[in-house]
Design a protein around this ligand. Structure first.
Ligand code: HDE
Length: 704
């Protein structure tokens, strides 16, 4: 694919700095003669206070950090475009959703709990924020890769975050929910049950940011040109399918390459493998607001895709890496309160709280109210208003007029209504109700959809959830918390609770813990309620197996494990077949530099066992040659293979290399390809297309 430049974001690009053939200057443009030595009284003397060049440099350096995001601190971003592909005018007047419209975007993916420098492979929700630079101003769709949330009301958000973040006395553990305070909170908030199932599933350890779904989570409103509203849920569907790694693998990747996801996104874009997502919507007519067994305003509930199908309305392509991480990714200010005409909030109480929080946090984090003027946050259509001054004002609005109404500037900037233009108008929703601090009754059904999720998973996916819960609760020191959460799990599914209980040496109690009930009743005095009969008992769309996609190996990394004397023919044939499918072959040898081919000539080696780890590859191939005898006693090589097998990956052995499998604990299965028994490249590719051979875990009891 040819590399695209994004002309429409020229407003950002014009701020790029070109240092070619330029002299180094101070911040005031004064040329610097010597950038290595401070000004001293003599060569061995004290430094002088008049070293304004040094002070200029240090003043800036001392202020190079800004507060990291209180949540979602760790993130990676990319530029791209969104193309609307369906006629949505019956539902929304949003200009960027008009069929055929192409809009520049900036997208940032993130983990939630860890600090800015934490590992990418934490078990966590991933943020999925998209800023659309539309002709009607910026629209931010600030979503997650999981379609529900832990809590129902914004009031609980700081508490949730305090509970999951490292504990305040010792600031441990980093980027992990496996600790007492998180599970203490969760076990007292049964409304978190549904999200708990998702976060313990492989959705929380994605193989790649390019292989995860995104969700707006809340119900929003589309508003059409006549002012009629339709409820809408947003979905991003990755073209590469939805895939996760194994938990054991995730932990090791965190050690070997904490930037694994960031690197993967960056490299894919640099290689022209532009990731793509289709944007889908679920539409619910206003008249159907109360039609379902759950409340569509409750952010702990989904609308199952089987009840309301997802319609695809556009495609996002990420095609350009940022030029500067700080200026773009770090300073990007996302805010669900940034709406454009044709889209509005619903009354989801979690969403309502977010409308305040994001703008407030940007004011603090980016040092004042002019963060909209940072290149990454500027609207493409320009901004025109009478707002003045404040820290770091970048625009220079000329003239004496900064008020409205005015006559001196001919009433400009004018209100849209004055010239018969529409502008942003809120949906004319009637509101007349007593002021209360309370929740709707249907919000108190915490387990029906948690059960729906668990029951809709494949056998292997259920096993991963059980293992994840067992891991996390084993790390919890307080046995009372373990017991309380087990009682919550027992309300979701008895087998689930029993299996987790077995791993903890505990028997799940039939009833919720009195403390859980006490706190649940604060939110829902009538708790527990009798839930309404759900519309469906199973939702295949919730399984990652179903969302795996049609199977592609584009951009997957295959390790070719080689040594001196390897057969060139055996490498080249496989390499060609893999490259035809868009995968990458990476030669790994005991040392970097060069190795000799059996047939003569040399191969350049860029990667060795010192620099690489098995967990960072999707599949393994062992070619023929004199290399085979050398590798037989190489512990690094054998560990590569054993781990690849354990993590349920595809392994292919050229004919002369098959004996090496006998040196490992690998047993022949559908994911282990032997040239003498299988169609080497064809079967290898077919297995890779399925991502992993998860069945290996249950068959051979190899816990991944
Ligand atoms: Fe956020 N969230 N959030 N959140 N959130 C932030 O804003 C907040 C929630 C999400 O890539 C903060 O700029 C409250 C749900 C993403 O820069 C902060 C509540 C969803 C990002 C904030 C929620 C999200 C954030 C921290 C409950 C999924 C990263 C820094 C009422 C729909 C955006 C910042 C980026 C970031 C507040 C709940 C997604 C503090 C109060 C639900 C993807 O403002």
């Amino acid at each position: 694919m040819k590399k695209q430049s994004n002309l429409k974001t020229a407003h950002i690009d014009q701020h790029q700095v070109d240092n070619t053939n330029k002299v180094l200057t101070t911040n005031d443009g004064v040329p610097v003669y010597d950038n290595n030595n401070t000004l001293k009284a003599g060569e061995r003397g004290p430094s002088l206070q008049q070293d304004h060049i040094f002070f200029d440099k240090l003043m800036h350096f001392d202020r190079e950090r800004i507060p990291e995001r209180v949540v979602h601190a760790r993130g990676s971003g990319a530029h791209g475009i969104f193309e609307a592909t369906a006629d949505m005018s019956a539902y929304t007047s949003a200009a960027f959703l008009k069929k055929g419209t192409v809009t520049p975007v900036f997208t940032r993916f993130s983990t939630v709990a860890g600090f800015k420098g934490s590992t990418d492979l934490a078990r966590d929700v991933r943020g999925f924020s998209v800023k659309f630079y539309t002709e009607e101003g910026n629209y931010d769709l600030v979503g997650n890769n999981i379609p529900v949330f832990f809590i129902q009301d914004a009031m609980n958000f700081p508490d949730l975050v305090h509970a999951v973040k490292p504990e305040p006395n010792n600031e441990m553990p980093q980027a992990a929910s496996a600790h007492d305070t998180f599970w203490d909170f969760i076990s007292l908030m049964p409304e978190a049950a549904h999200m708990t199932m998702w976060i313990m599933s492989d959705r929380a350890i994605p193989r790649s940011l390019r292989m995860m779904e995104g969700f707006g989570v809340h119900t929003f409103k589309f508003v059409n040109a006549e002012g009629k509203a339709t409820f809408v849920k947003f979905h991003w569907k990755p073209r590469l399918g939805v895939h996760g790694v194994a938990w054991n693998e995730a932990q090791k990747i965190s050690g070997f390459d904490a930037d694994f996801h960031r690197r993967d996104l960056w490299e894919a874009i640099e290689n022209g493998d532009y990731p793509q997502w289709d944007l889908g919507v679920q539409l619910v007519p206003e008249e159907d607001e109360s039609k379902y067994s759950f409340d569509i305003l409750d952010p702990t509930k989904i609308i199952p895709e089987e009840l309301v199908p997802v319609q695809i309305i556009g495609t996002m392509t990420l095609n350009r890496n940022p030029g500067n991480f700080f200026a773009e990714t770090e300073q990007a200010a996302f805010d669900p309160g940034r709406l454009v005409p044709g889209i509005d909030f619903s009354d989801d109480p979690l969403l309502q709280g977010r409308i305040f929080s994001y703008m407030d946090t940007q004011n603090y984090r980016l040092g004042g109210p002019n963060f909209h003027e940072l290149p990454i946050n500027r609207p493409v259509n320009g901004k025109h208003n009478n707002q003045k001054d404040g820290f770091s004002r970048m625009d220079i609005p000329g003239g004496a007029v900064s008020y409205f109404p005015n006559s001196k500037a001919e009433g400009c900037p004018y209100h849209a209504m004055l010239k018969g233009e529409t502008g942003f108008q809120s949906h004319r929703q009637p509101v007349n109700a007593p002021k209360v601090r309370a929740r709707p009754e249907a919000f108190a059904d915490h387990f029906t959809q948690a059960r729906l999720f668990f029951n809709s998973q494949s056998k292997e996916e259920q096993a991963h959830i059980i293992n994840a819960l067992s891991f996390e609760l084993s790390k919890v020191k307080d046995v009372n918390i373990r017991k309380r959460e087990l009682a919550v799990l027992n309300q979701i599914d008895k087998t689930l609770a029993k299996k987790v209980g077995d791993n903890l040496g505990l028997k799940p109690s039939e009833e919720l813990d009195p403390l859980t009930l006490k706190f649940a009743r604060q939110n829902h005095p009538q708790y527990p309620i009798r839930p309404q009969q759900p519309e469906i008992e199973l939702s295949p769309a919730l399984s990652m197996k179903v969302k795996a996609g049609e199977g592609t190996i584009r951009s997957r990394k295959v390790a070719f494990l080689v040594d001196e004397g390897v057969s060139r023919a055996s490498i080249d044939t496989m390499k060609q077949e893999l490259e035809k499918e868009g995968a990458q072959a990476v030669l790994i040898a005991p040392h970097v530099g060069e190795i000799k081919y059996k047939e003569g000539g040399k191969a350049a080696i860029l990667h060795s066992y010192l620099t690489e780890a098995s967990v960072c590859y999707d599949a393994f191939y062992i070619p023929d040659g004199d290399s085979v005898a050398r590798l037989a006693d190489n512990a690094d090589f054998l560990q590569f293979l054993n781990e690849g097998y354990r993590h349920c990956k595809a392994l292919a052995f050229a004919k002369g290399a098959e004996s090496l499998a006998g040196k490992t604990f690998i047993e022949k299965d559908q994911g282990v390809i032997f040239e003498s028994r299988d169609n080497l490249a064809e079967d290898f590719i077919a297995v890779m297309k399925g991502h992993r051979v998860w069945e290996r875990e249950t068959g051979r009891k190899v816990p991944a």
